[in-house]
Ligand binder design. Sequence first.
Ligand code: 5BU
Length: 257
Amino acid sequence: MLTYLERAKLCNNPVAIKLLSLMDAKKTNLSVSVDVTRKEELLSLANSLGPSICVLKTHIDILEDFDNETVTMLQQIAKQHNFIIFEDRKFADIGNTASLQYEKGIYHIADWAQLTNAHSVAGADSIASLKKVGLQKNNAMLLVAEMSSQGNLAHGYYTAETVQMASQYSDFVIGFICQHKLTENPTFIHFTPGIKFSGGEDAQGQQYRTPHQAIVEAGIDIIIVGRGIYTATSIQHEAKKYQEAGWEAYLQKMSLL
Ligand code: 5BU
């Protein structure tokens, strides 16, 4: 099994190279999902979480006071703390619409989110249209191959076809949102949401696993933690705990412990 740094050297996409390299340098495979609705809170969380994370995941359309300064400042914070911004937009429409949603509108996602994601449900041409917008801006994309929610339909044939689709666009698609390792290709990065130390579920169908279960047992690369961190009393302390647990699990998986 290759280390994150060894895998970085095999990648072509600049976001994949940067991400795997900074994970190694910062010793973190933690992504925090900052699902807050106020700009100030988002920026303040980004700042305090910065040292612990490799990726900051946003849902920019839940902000109630979004303005262009939000993303300018977010980019500054990302540069200062060396992390990647991942807008969890989950594009799912025909190519023409998805590429307009990516590039235009209020958010201009392609201009500030180096990493975004898409469902594969609309088919390969939709990913080709997103690639046309994103690749020239040196961005990258993840495909949603599996989900963490109870009763979701992304499994079996759908997941296998999604992996196939990613291989078709591997200069732009750098990995998956998934629940298990889906391919031995070391250039694909596996991200898993639904992570909490306590495990269990929420009241709306979300299902949680621990960092150890996701990394060691399911073989994924990056854990995504939302409420497990941003609702904690001491956010920085909690982030540090998830960072350490994630890194330890990685070392264990690599038999480096
Ligand atoms: P939580 O607070 O840790 O439950 O937040 C999880 C985040 O990951 C949240 O922003 C979701 O939109 C996102 N997510 C998810 O939970 N499960 C999925 O399968 C996908 C995304 Br895809």
